[in-house]
Design a protein around this ligand. Structure first.
Ligand code: SF4
Length: 65
């Protein structure tokens, strides 16, 4: 599984980081970016989906199942 953060849509709430700090980090403005090229380690798939479902800007997407 692989995720991607759309930096244009991201408004920097850091909600994704609160849910899954293993998968994303945030810059000084609170805007998120993917760790590890967006590759989701085995076992963290549900957390990735949680991030997708909880981003208020719909900025996180799963790009590879
Ligand atoms: S929850 Fe969405 S809008 Fe907020 S920082 Fe994460 S990707 Fe950006």
């Amino acid at each position: 599984m692989k995720i991607r953060v759309d930096r244009v849509k991201c408004e920097g709430h850091s909600r994704c980081y609160a849910l899954a700090p293993e998968l994303v980090d945030v810059d000084d403005l609170g805007n998120a970016f993917e760790l590890n090229d967006g590759i989701v380690p085995v076992g963290l798939e549900e957390r990735a989906q949680l991030m997708v479902d909880n981003c208020p800007e719909y900025a996180v997407e799963i790009v590879e199942g």
